[in-house]
Design a protein around this ligand. Sequence first.
Ligand code: TYD
Ligand code: MG
Length: 461
Amino acid sequence: MSMVRSNTQYVCQSCGTVASKWAGRCDGCGEWNTLVEEAVGAGPKGSLAAGGAKRKSKSIELVSLSGESEEVPRLISGVTEFDRVCGGGLVPGSAILVGGDPGIGKSTILLQACARLAGKGSKVVYVSGEEAIAQVRLRASRLGLSEADVQLASETNLRDIIGSLDKAPDVLVIDSIQTMWSDALESAPGTVAQVRASTQELVRYAKKKNTVVLIVGHVTKDGQIAGPRVMEHMVDAVLYFEGERGHQFRILRAVKNRFGATDEIGVFEMTDKGLAEVTNPSELFLAGRETQASGAAVFAGIEGSRPLLVEIQALVSQSSLGTPRRAVVGWDSGRLSMVLAVLEARCGISFGGQDVYLNVAGGLRITEPAADLAVAAALVSSAFDVPLPADCVLFGEISLSGTVRPVGQRDTRLKEAEKLGFSQAILPSPPKGKGAASSSGLTLTEMEQLHQLVDYLQPAP
Ligand code: TYD
Ligand code: MG
C-alpha cells in the first residue's frame, strides 16, 4: 500500500492530452469533464513503454490466413438461454461485462450459471464487493444452490483478490466493478478512473490465466454503465440484462461479442426460485392479449436467431396540450416520429392535435425496422378506432416515400405466426422477379404502399 501518490496523471478521454493536475476542462480540446486519473507506468501502454525502451525487439512470426486453428472448447453451463447469448458457451480467457439496472437479477443469473458450471467440474470463484457472505449464501439457499461447489469471497481490493487466486479458476465472477478498487489510484471506487483501471487489470488476468472473467456493471440513471465506453472496448463481450419493473420477464442481450453473434437474446422469467428459462417467448409475450381492442397489432419480429411475436399498442387521443405528447416505451422515439410523419405526408392522416402513446407489451425493447408496419397499423387502428383482425400478424419496413419494403427472414416470421395459431399476415410484397412461393398456410395480404394499409383499415362509411 505504499503507493507514491504523484504516480498518477490525468488523461483527457477525448483528445489524449496528459495533465499533471485534474481540471474540469481539458486544455487540449476544451471539452468538459474528460480528464481521468491514470497510474503512470501501469496499464499495457505504460509497461510497454517502460520495458520496450530497454530491450531489443524480437522478430514476430508472420503466418498465412489459411491453416489449422483449433476450435476453442467452450464452457457450457447448461442454462441454455445464457449459453446462447454468450455465443454457445463461455470462451476460456474471455472477459465478459454483464450490465443492467440494480435489482434486475445480474447476481442471480450469474450465481445460477456458476452453480451449473461448478456442477460440471469447472473451478468457479465468486467475489462479491456488494454483499456479505451471508447475503450471498441466503440467495444461494433461496435458489436451492447451497450445495453447489462455488467458492465465495466478499472483497473489494483488486490486488488482494487477484493475489489470493494462486490456482487460477476456470470462471471468476466480479460483482460488481463499481465496488472494486485498485490501490494504484487515488480516486474512489466507482469513478471512471477506478472502473477503467480495475477492468484493465481483470482483462489482463483473464488473458494471462485463461480464465473466464464475468464482470458485473451497474447501469447509471441515464442508461449507461459507469465508464461504459472505455469498458465496452476492453472486454470481449457485453451482455445487457433488461426488463421493466413490474414485469417478470428479463431479457439478456448481447450487444458485443467477439465470439458469437450480437442481437441474440435470452428470455427469463423471475420467479421466487430465481430466473427460469423461457423457451417459447412468443407465447409469453402474447399472453393476456385483448383481441378486440383497437390500437393493437401483433408484430412478427426476429430477435437474434429466433422469431418473436409481440404486441404493439398505440393510443391516439385528442390532446389538451399546446404541444401534443409523444410517449414511447420499448421502441425508438425517432422512429415513431418518422412513421407518424410518413402517415401524415403520404396517407393524409393528421396527428397534429393528438397525443400519441406507443407501447411494446411485456417490457420488451424492439430495435428492428421491420416493426414499422405493425407500429403504423397500431397507430391507424387507434386513430380510426377500428381493431385489426385478432388472428393477424404484421411486419415490414416503411420508407420515407411511403413504400413498404421487404425485410429478411419472411418465412421464419410466418412459420412462428402459424405455430402460434395466427391465420393471416400483412406484409411487404416480395421484391420484383422473386415470386415468394412461401409454403405458409397463412392468408397473406401483401402491400407495396403504406396507403394500402390505411385503405385496409378505413372504417366502413
Ligand atoms: P439481483 O440478482 O440481486 O439483482 P442485481 O444483482 O442485478 O442487482 O436480484 C434482485 C431482485 O431479484 C430482487 O428484487 C429480488 C428478486 N429475486 C426474486 O424475485 N427471486 C429470487 O429467487 C431471487 C434470488 C431474487
Ligand atoms: Mg447484485
